[in-house]
Design a protein around this ligand. Sequence first.
Ligand code: GDP
Ligand code: MG
Length: 316
Amino acid sequence: MRKIIINKFIILFFKKLFFMTENTTHKSGFVNIIGNPNVGKSTLMNRLVGERLSIITAKAQTTRHRIKGIVNGEDYQIVYSDLPGILTPAYKMQEQMMHFVNESLKDADLILYVIECGETNYNQQIIEKLQSLTIPILLVINKTDKANDETILATKSHWQNLLPKADTIEISALTGLHVNLLLEKIITFLPESPPFFPKDELTDRPLRFFISEIIREKILLLYKKEIPYSVEVVIESFKEEEDLVRIGVMLYCERDSQKGIIIGNKGFAIKQLGIESRKAIEEYLEKHVFLDISVKVLKDWRNQDILMKQFGYVQN
Ligand code: GDP
Ligand code: MG
C-alpha cells in the first residue's frame, strides 16, 4: 500500500514538473494596433490573423470598435486588437472611439504604432502618453510599396525623433512585404504566459457583429459624405433554417433627410445595399441568406449616452 502511494506521489511530481515546464515555455500577450486614421491598421491585423475580421475601406473612420484577432502558434498566442484611428472627437461616439484607443495603451504587452509612409501628423496627447509608457512600442512604417527610399527614411527619422525608445520596421500590409519578419519580432516581445483564450478561438466577437460590419462596409462603399458616419447597423433577428438564414436588420440614422437618402429614389439605393450585403454575407456564412433591411430615425443617436451603451460603444 505504501509503495502504491509513493508511486502515485512520484507520478504526480513528474506530471507537475512537466506541466510547469510546458507552461513556462508558452508565450502570450496583447498586441494593440494604433495610429492615425487610414494608415492600414485593419489591413495589417487581417494580414497577421489571416482572416478578414476588420472591415477595410479607403475612407477614414471605418473602424469604430476594438476588435480582437487571435493568432495561435504551438507555443504562443497573440491577441491583437485593431482600433479606431486617433482623432479629435466631435461627438460622443468618437469620444468612445478614442476611449478604446486610450484604454489600449494600458493593457498592451506591445504597441504597434502604424504610420503611413510620408506621414508626419501626430496627436500631441497620445505621443506624450506613449513617451511616458514602459510598454514596448514598435513603429510600423506601412505602405512602403508606394513610397521611395527617401520618403521611407524621412518618415522613419521623423517618428524615431518623437518616440526614440521605439523599435522600427518597414512593411506593406497590402502586399505582405516583411509581415513575417514583423511576426517574428512580435513573438520576441511576448511575455511567458499560458494562453488567455482557447487555442481554437479566432476572435472575441460574436457572428452577429461581423454581419453588421459587413453591412456597414457596404454602406461606406455605396453612400457618400456623412451618411456612413451617421448610420448604426443593428442585427435585430437571426434565424437559421435548414438551407437559409433569415436576417432582420435595422439601420439607425440621425435625421429624416438621411433616411430619404438611404432609401433612395423609389427605394433604389436600399435595394442596391441589400443585394451587395446579401452577396457578401452569403459568402461569409456559406449559406443562402434572406436579408430584410429597414431604416429608422433616432435623433442625434451619436450623442446619447444610453444609445452608446446599447450599441456597444461603452463596455460594461
Ligand atoms: P485603417 O483606417 O488604419 O484601419 O486603414 P485600412 O486598413 O482601412 O486601410 C486604409 C486604406 O489604405 C485602404 O484603402 C487600404 O487598402 C490601404 N492600405 C493599407 N495598407 C496598405 C499598404 O501597405 N499599401 C498600400 N498601397 N495601401 C494600403
Ligand atoms: Mg481600421
